[in-house]
Design a protein around this ligand. Structure first.
Ligand SMILES: *[C@@H]1O[C@H](CO)[C@@H](O)[C@H](O)[C@H]1NC(C)=O
Ligand SMILES: *[C@@H]1O[C@H](CO)[C@@H](O)[C@H](O)[C@H]1NC(C)=O
Ligand SMILES: *[C@@H]1O[C@H](CO)[C@@H](O)[C@H](O)[C@H]1NC(C)=O
Ligand SMILES: *[C@@H]1O[C@H](CO)[C@@H](O)[C@H](O)[C@H]1NC(C)=O
Ligand SMILES: *[C@@H]1O[C@H](CO)[C@@H](O)[C@H](O)[C@H]1NC(C)=O
Ligand SMILES: *[C@@H]1O[C@H](CO)[C@@H](O)[C@H](O)[C@H]1NC(C)=O
Ligand SMILES: *[C@@H]1O[C@H](CO)[C@@H](O)[C@H](O)[C@H]1NC(C)=O
Length: 290
């Protein structure tokens, strides 16, 4: 048997295609009639319309449960963490006394960090509060009423305020100041209505020995209750975090000293194995001197 190959000419193929796209005899477009196409179009319109409606509804229901006041999920932050300033890469504060460059950047960062604490700015923005008690500001019927903040003056940082300080927070003389701050947790009543303070120690015995004496500002590392609760940055716009400054007076030079600071507060655990910043912070201090 001889298989006869049906050879189509180029013209024939084009004709067939034309007919497929628009067939004048059957009035079919791409192999379907107008009503058929209309039906398909309608189907997809309804289908996608339905999907859009579903999506919008779900989204709306979700948003109803979200408050723009407080983050919905913040259990991870239930224990506030501590952090140090100047912020350094590996939490190590290294000071080569004679090498200005080694600490110049710390000083610049601190200047910037402390600027909002300037007494003039605090006086302009914030209230003088009564120490020793929470500064509660209930909404009193006016939802999300803006909250006032309490003054934390730069001068309260004493020898670490950097004001008129030729030693640049002590960095040029090897008696550096390190600032401890507690991360903000919205609506948290830190201290459970009892006084709080920050304390620092050398991690091991040799660290304690090498750490030497230090002084704290405000005195005794106290953090006042009046800076709590924090209502969130949307409503507590001028909130100023309280700080504790630690000035290390005679660190043994040329050795690395492991320092650990923690907050002593009735409702802040500082021994969470999984979170090494929970209520505490560890950093390395090294003063290089030739
Ligand atoms: C401090 O000085 C030592 C040697 O004198 C040098 O190796 C080190 O990189 C310096 N550290 C900084 C932070 O500049
Ligand atoms: C902060 O400084 C301002 C201006 O010197 C002063 O009026 C105010 O009483 C100070 N506030 C506190 C809490 O010390
Ligand atoms: C925040 O501070 C500005 C001045 O810088 C002041 O006008 C504003 O009223 C303050 N807001 C609140 C809620 O205290
Ligand atoms: C804040 O105080 C420091 C030290 O007195 C000063 O150098 C700086 O210019 C002040 N900044 C502002 C914005 O007032
Ligand atoms: C804190 O203690 C004081 C005095 O004991 C009391 O008047 C106040 O209501 C307490 N505040 C809170 C938030 O528990
Ligand atoms: C700091 O603590 C000492 C000893 O506990 C105490 O005598 C002193 O009054 C405290 N100072 C402040 C400002 O709380
Ligand atoms: C810090 O607080 C703890 C516990 O609240 C207290 O035992 C300790 O005496 C306080 N230290 C200072 C220096 O005030």
């Amino acid at each position: 048997m001889v298989i006869q190959k049906e050879k189509k000419s180029c013209g024939q193929v084009v004709e067939e295609w034309k007919e497929f796209v628009w067939n004048p005899r059957t009035h079919q477009f791409m192999g379907r009639t107008g009503t058929s196409w209309a039906f398909i179009l309608l189907f997809y319109l309804v289908f996608y319309g339905f999907l859009t409606a579903m999506f919008s509804l779900t989204m709306w229901v979700m948003l109803q449960t979200v408050s723009d006041h407080t983050p919905k999920y913040q259990d991870r932050l239930a224990t506030p963490g501590l952090m140090i300033r100047p912020k350094t890469e590996n939490l190590d504060v290294i000071v080569n006394i004679s090498d200005t460059e080694s600490w110049g950047q710390h000083v610049q960062k601190l200047n910037k960090f402390l600027e909002p604490y300037n007494d003039s700015i605090q006086a302009q923005k914030n209230d003088v509060c009564r120490p020793g008690r929470y500064y509660e500001q209930p909404d009193n019927g006016v939802l999300n009423y803006p909250k006032r903040a309490c003054q934390f003056n730069r001068t309260q940082l004493g020898d670490c305020s950097g004001i008129g300080d030729p030693t640049h927070y002590g960095y040029s003389t090897g008696q550096p100041c390190v600032f401890i701050k507690m991360n903000r947790v919205i609506n948290f009543y830190a201290g459970a209505n009892q006084s709080m303070n920050v304390t620092c120690v050398g991690k091991r015995d040799e660290d304690a020995e090498n750490l030497g004496h230090f002084v704290m500002f405000p005195a005794n590392g106290t953090i006042d209750l009046m800076y709590f609760p924090y209502y969130g940055k949307k409503f507590h716009v001028n909130y100023t975090q309280p700080l504790v400054a630690v000035k290390f007076l005679n660190v043994t030079p040329n050795v690395e000293v492991n320092v650990e600071c923690r907050i002593n507060a009735a409702n802040i655990a500082t021994d969470d194995e999984r979170d090494k910043f929970a209520g505490r912070v560890a950093f390395k201090l090294r003063i290089n001197k030739t």
